[in-house]
Every structure is written in structure tokens, then in C-alpha cells.
Design a protein around this ligand. Structure first.
Ligand SMILES: Cc1cc2nc3c(=O)[nH]c(=O)nc-3n(C[C@H](O)[C@H](O)[C@H](O)COP(=O)(O)O)c2cc1C
Length: 174
């Protein structure tokens, strides 16, 4: 049986949580990834990260991210994967940034052919749900089966057990 890959981007540090700025020791998306991994112990986990780090300051980071979106930047990944050939199913987790994925997720999706693969998107957010992200994933991966995706309120990531189970079951085809 082919393996499942859990690929995700998540940013630790200052973030906007339920109306105020808080310091997150572990990013919300990463918290959910840990819950999914607990349900699919055989899955490989790959953290999508950037060479150029975003500001620790939430306010500065949102401006950096806005500019990247406006300019359609493709930030360089810090530890690119060599191949996704071993995987039929990829769970892709990310925070909602300005209504879509962080731009490095675009870099990731453009790095491989996803032909014949199934992508299970999930996103943590502070109210905008999945935004336009799934539409963009479908555009970037026209030959993949892209599921509708699961949205999770970032502030409730630590209690998102039902959502993590839903994502794991989707990936396992249950
Ligand atoms: C740069 C930036 C842009 C964001 N834009 C949105 C947004 O458009 N809609 C939304 O609901 N939340 C937005 N958020 C909140 C994050 O989606 C939310 O806090 C998420 O759970 C963070 O996940 P992480 O800790 O894994 O990075 C934004 C946060 C950042 C840092």
C-alpha cells in the first residue's frame, strides 16, 4: 500500500487568536498535524518552510504576506522534498493567509506532478474558512483529485480531534 504524506506549513510565534495577539509555541496547523499523525502513524510528515523567514511580529508578517500575494511570489522552500512518487495521497495543511494559502504552498504544489494523486486540504483560520485556497489548489494540480477540504478555527486547534479524525479518514478513504 502506498504511503500517505502529511505536508504542512505553520508559523509559530505571534498570531491573532480570538481577537487578540498571542504567542504560539506551536502553530495551530502543526497542532492539527500532530493529531492527524497520531491517527495515521505510518504517514510521513513534511514541514513546508521558507528560506526567508517571516517577521516574528504578527503585524509585520501580515504585511509581508500581503505583498507576497500581491506580487505572486514563490518563496524558496528551505528543505525541498526530492520526490512525492511514493505517495498516492497527500494531506496538505496550511493557515489561511489573506483568503488563500501562504505563497510557499504554491511553491510546493508547483514543484511536483500531482497527476493521479489525491490531495486532502485542510486549513486553520480565524474566520475565513478555506477561503479560495481549494480553488487555487485545483488550478495548480489539474490532474489530481482535490477533495473539498476541512476548515478548522485556529483558536480551537488543540481540541480539533473530530476534524483531525475526519481528515485522517478522508485520506484513508474511509
Ligand atoms: C499573514 C497572516 C494572514 C492571515 N490572514 C487570515 C485571513 O485572511 N483569514 C483568516 O481567517 N485568518 C487569517 N489569519 C489567521 C490564521 O489563518 C490563523 O491564525 C491560523 O490558525 C494560523 O495558523 P498557524 O499557527 O499554523 O500558522 C492570518 C494570519 C497571518 C499570520
Amino acid at each position: 500500500m502506498s504511503k500517505i504524506l502529511i505536508a504542512y506549513y505553520s508559523r509559530r510565534g505571534e498570531n491573532y487568536v480570538n481577537g487578540s495577539i498571542r504567542q504560539l509555541a506551536v502553530g495551530n496547523t502543526e497542532v492539527v498535524v500532530q493529531k492527524i499523525k497520531a491517527r495515521i502513524p505510518d504517514a510521513d510528515v513534511f514541514q513546508i518552510d521558507t528560506v526567508k523567514k517571516y517577521s516574528d511580529s504578527y503585524m509585520t508578517c501580515i504585511e509581508e504576506a500581503k505583498q507576497e500575494l500581491r506580487e505572486q511570489t514563490r518563496p524558496e522552500m528551505s528543505h525541498p522534498l526530492s520526490s512525492i512518487d511514493a505517495y498516492d495521497t497527500i494531506i496538505l495543511g496550511y493557515p489561511n493567509w489573506w483568503g488563500t494559502m501562504p505563497m510557499v504552498c504554491y511553491t510546493f504544489l508547483e514543484s511536483f506532478s500531482f497527476r493521479g494523486k489525491t490531495i486532502v486540504p485542510f486549513c486553520t483560520n480565524e474566520g475565513s474558512g478555506l477561503g479560495s485556497s481549494v480553488r487555487f489548489i485545483r488550478k495548480l494540480c489539474p490532474d489530481a483529485t482535490v477533495l473539498d477540504g476541512v476548515a478548522i478555527h485556529g483558536a480551537e486547534a488543540s481540541s480539533a480531534d473530530a476534524e483531525a479524525a475526519e481528515i485522517a479518514n478522508l485520506a484513508l478513504g474511509k
